[in-house]
Design a protein around this ligand. Sequence first.
Ligand SMILES: [Zn+2]
Length: 847
Amino acid sequence: MPKAPKKRPAAAVPDKADEKMKKPRQLESLATQTGMVSPEKTVELLCQAAGLVRTEKQEQLKWASAFDGSNMPGYTFGLLRVPAKHTFGSEKAAAPAYFTLANFSMLDADGHLYEDRCWKWDVQSCINGKGFCIAHGKACGMPSSHPDLVVCGFPCKSNSIMHKERFQEDALAEHKQSQMSFNSALQLLAKTTPKYFLLENVLGAAKSSAKASAGSAEIKETPKDHGEYDLPEHYERRMGEVLRQYSIACVELTSAPMAENRPRLWWLGSRDEGFRASDWKKAVEDLHAQACGLQRQSMHPYFHASQGGRGKDVEGPPLHETEALYSKYFSEQVNKAIQANRLPKDAKAMDRRERPSARHSHLAAQNPYTQAVADCLHMALPYMYHEQDVNLDENERNCRPVVADLSQNSARARTSASGWWGTLTTSSRLYDFVSGKVLDAAQHLALLGFDISKLNLGTLTDKDSRQFSFTVMLTTRGHAKSTCEATSKVQEICDLAGNGMSLGQTTKVFIPLLKHMGYFKTAPSKSPVFNGSAGFGALSGPIRILFAVLDDKSGASFDKRCTVIWLTGGGILSPACLKGWELRPSADIWAMEFEAEECDAQARTLYKKNFPKVMLARDFGSNDFGSKEILISGKCPEKKENLEWLLEACDKYMAKCSAKIVLVLASPRPPKELEGSRWTSGSHEVSWSAFSSFEASTFVTLYCKGNGRDAATGDKLAKALAAEMESCLRSGSEKCRDKQLQEPMLDLPTPAADAERTPAITRQLQIQAAAAKLKDSMANDNSKFRYIDASRKALKVCLAIPLPTKRSILLSASPGMDAKVGRVSLLDAMGYGSTCVNLALQPNSRK
Ligand SMILES: [Zn+2]
């Protein structure tokens, strides 16, 4: 039996009674990315970490693959916006072949997907046109042109440290599957002579069978002892023999900052003298080091989005027989845990009704054995994690969420308290003790980096054994019928995910190569990597934080669109923020005018330019926005009764449409206490001067419907949100501070000395006086922007824009020799783009 994972030293051994117990694990540093991070964001983050941006290059990159699996390389090219033509691939298993053809552009690009069996012994059959192609339903010849890149992830079954035969048989034996695949891969590379190649395999290849352990969920150190690298040496020797014209280097990667670690070995090969494998490796290692410093993404949102787990639905109370089976298994598991020193001998079992299997429906849907393992681990966790206090309150538990793999028994089951996981295998059945959810099969794919809302999983399933034929799909795509018939096996999706590559790694190995090939270049100035405060990454976005943290029984999925309603008149929560939050692609955005009469013509023009949909507040209740998640943000109604009315309207809407509404409102002063309101609220001050030229601050107040956890988190969330908004704005393109915010000075005629003092003339004189004062103030030090409000009697010169009123006429003087004075464009100052209509201060448009 493999050794149990190595424990890190604990701070202290509790007492004598526990001496025989294994030392408790020290808690890993927690994953901090609270919301689910989209694949686009992960890729963007890695590009930022590499300091690279996409160039204009649109030339097609020709690539090919073998042992394709889930085709993560093709998906990664798409996310990197590199036009890539998948000229051919090969896949043995039906499910991944189906997955590739259904989701990627191979068919459209007229690529070939060979059945893997032709690689097994003789690549020649493909080259001379005898290889059977699933995409065309016939034997297809291999494209004659050399691909730029070939990516192979050769099967890991016999090398995997998870595989039981790994410890009994010589993995080098020629008959082993991986050996055949490896040799096939070499043959393929030798025949196609791509300029570059990538070979991926599990880390197990780097460990001798004697030293390999079962692996823990935590990152393990690479073994450094002599003799442990005999396998890669063998592989490298073979590569050197067959691929003489290539320079080859090996790099070990994880998927950081993603939530699943999945350590893998990558061999990089190049026959380009200008970009040797060692250069490539160096760049990949640098990028990997940067990525390890990024905020770690968490698994918990994936549980949050899980629907049913991997069990069959059961109805009603367990049958008598089921319960008897459960009891038998439970007792066995407790004994196992005691033998493995995961539980003390005198451990007391919880009341049956208090155990997770009795409380969580996801677990109740599992078989009695799995339930028993989960319940037993639940008992053991406090000992394993040195949290003997089983009475931790809800918040503390939330801070230390524990996930366990229920596919193994209670003595061996791997667990993680860090919020991230080691490697998801094809058999993993992860259970989250906090949410009580079992991870969906589709979420296994999401953890690899796929946006599952955009995938076509077709007939792929994780429950039933089904038969399907490629014919159906191919005819719908207008291609020749395929004669291929394949019987899929159970757990296709988990198999697909377990054998797949991770986006975190494909991106890391691709970017340096793509830079060399001219698809990427060094970013002009390295964009700041967001460093969110309060433990939340800015990239997860405030909205995602809100909905991830707030309890949602409907199992909210962030792939669903949400509705954002902007209450007009608010400055800070303006469309600039929406842009910063990158909501536009995933939200329906409305503008809501609270009171029609207060909203004059020019403002309405502005809203219509910026918002696709505009409504009046009084019509709010009669709308149906479709989505179940609604965010209302913008200016807090000034009158208390209006705010009360709004909250009441939200109450009614939530009851009517069973939706969740969160309000994030800005007000110049802390909002008044609402007595008797069942809404939970929290406020936080945001200083505008941090990111704009305004000399003011605003209060961001968050209102959510108080129940359970929400009640305690309103204030915390408001603070986190406000901090996040500040950092978004500060680092985004909306940075306005000390920026030219001017409209040209209008050419004001100087009135004759004896002219009649009409309001218009008075106003002109006032503006001229203010402009003169501003210009004077620049005489001594003209290195700073200065502002003045000409509508005020005091005519105070400020270094930031004074908070405007309806009557304000704001002027600014820019630094420089001529100290030009102009009007301040408030729209610019608020972060509206220059393409917006700018009517705000035109004298003749005012009433
Ligand atoms: Zn073909």
